[in-house]
Design a protein around this ligand. Structure first.
Ligand code: T4K
Length: 397
């Protein structure tokens, strides 16, 4: 059927092309395995506090990350707080602004000051040269973020940290199952943090983990996530409750059971989007390095207004009106553009600000299929091919 601009629901109000909502919904995995594990936990009457399911989950995450230690937590935000607390930091922590608010919030919660650095526009991750320039006598740590599952420049960041005698941590919330230089994410820096939130590629409903090869650091974090039990020195005292429940571990294990299938599905979605949008002016993919392992969780495209004839926000409005819940991805707006950070000293982050205004996260995950991707891409192709007209209509409201 031939369409014109008026057919887009946003502009003509016509419902003919409205379809059921397509969005990035959580993966739900094999229910019977989940219920078996939950029944087992209930029969066993061990429901939290480092139970057998949480221990098994830790072992399997450690194996996937290629590290000796994993401490499972109730979520990744608490995991970030725990590792910053365990490192006994003060003053400033350098990190990218292009991340989810949890990264700076974890530092701020502990009275530390996040210092935001700009990104390398190609990788979207923090630029190590700028990190090196931002180190002062008040800097007590660096936190790199593997944004949207693309590993950040781990080796340069580790070198800067070593040169200054400070720790470097990695927020790997998006990056379980990914590698860089053939090495699994999880084993870099002093420690890394994964998120197992419902929206993540491995889900525990809510959950997180700290992974590390530093045995002493792992012991400290393990004690701190259980009210500080067993700690003796004053600086380490004062733990919290960051434990993972057995119900969360049951979900996490069930999600890990089919991790390979989930990644294959995500990869097929990514390839389908690339096929469907090949040659569309002004739409470029934030690509994965196919020489490495990736979890393909987020399909991110960048919209160049000049070439596409419409900007990211107009395209999002068109997609939403057509019942496609594409999103401004995590990190958009960037953290320095959000309270409480934007009221402070505003950093100059031109690459971050340019990228966050141009990116779209397209629906993916195991609930999204090829047919939906075809439909989403036909809307994008249509919007771009009528870019100027679509923008003019959008301005008219
Ligand atoms: N570091 C980074 C780089 C992170 O991205 C995150 C979290 C963290 C650290 C901290 O991890 P956790 O402490 O959460 O373990 C969501 C998640 O809550 C958060 O885990 C995630 N990153 C962040 C990027 O996204 P919101 O507030 O944007 O979620 P919300 O409610 O807007 O949901 C996103 C979409 O998913 C919506 O379209 C609704 C849909 N959805 C969501 C849930 C929970 C569903 O369809 N079903 C659901 O059950 O934070």
């Amino acid at each position: 059927m031939k369409r014109d601009i008026g057919d887009l629901a946003l502009f003509g109000g016509r419902a003919a092309f409205l379809h059921p909502l397509t969005s990035h919904r959580p993966n739900t995995f094999d229910r019977s395995r989940l219920f078996d594990r939950l029944n087992w936990a209930l029969d066993n009457q061990w429901l939290s506090n480092g139970g057998p399911l949480a221990r098994e989950f830790e072992d399997r995450v450690a194996e996937l990350a290629g590290v000796r230690n994993c401490v499972a937590t109730c979520n990744a935000t608490v995991a970030l707080q725990l590792l910053l607390h365990a490192a006994d930091l003060s003053g400033e922590v350098i990190m990218p602004s292009l991340t989810f608010a949890a990264t700076p919030h974890a530092a701020r919660w502990l009275g530390l000051e996040p210092v935001f650095c700009d990104i390398d526009p190609v990788t979207g991750c923090v630029d190590p040269a700028l990190v090196a320039g931002a180190v002062t006598e008040r800097t007590s740590a660096i936190v790199g973020v593997h944004l949207w599952g693309r590993p950040c420049a781990v080796a340069p960041l580790e070198k800067i940290a070593a040169d200054h005698g400070i720790p470097v941590f990695f927020d790997a919330a998006h990056a379980i199952g990914c590698t860089t230089g053939g090495r699994a994410i999880g084993g870099f820096g002093t420690a890394e943090v994964f998120s197992f939130h419902a929206t993540k590629v491995v889900s525990a409903f809510e959950g997180g983990a700290i992974v590390t090869d530093d045995d002493q650091f792992a012991d400290r974090v393990r004690a701190l996530h259980n009210f500080g039990k067993g700690l003796t020195t004053v600086s380490q005292a004062g733990g919290t409750n960051g434990k993972m429940s057995e119900a969360a571990a049951a979900m996490g294990l069930t999600s890990l059971d089919t991790f390979g299938d989930t990644v294959r599905h995500n990869r097929a979605n990514y390839d389908a989007y690339r096929d469907e949008l090949a040659g569309v002016d002004g739409v470029t993919f934030f690509a994965f390095d196919l020489h490495e392992n990736n979890n393909f969780q987020y399909v991110i495209v960048e919209i160049d207004e000049e070439t596409a004839g419409l900007n990211r926000d107009v395209l999002l409005d068109v997609l939403h009106a057509e019942n496609v819940l594409a999103l401004r991805p995590i990190g958009s707006p960037a953290c320095h553009q959000l309270e409480p950070y934007r009221s402070g000293r505003l950093p100059h982050l031109p690459h971050t600000e340019r990228l966050v205004a141009r990116v779209v996260s397209l629906p993916s995950g195991t609930t999204v299929n090829r047919e939906e991707i075809r439909r989403i891409c036909s809307i994008i192709r249509f919007a771009v091919s009528h870019g100027a007209g679509v923008t003019a209509r959008h301005r008219q409201g």
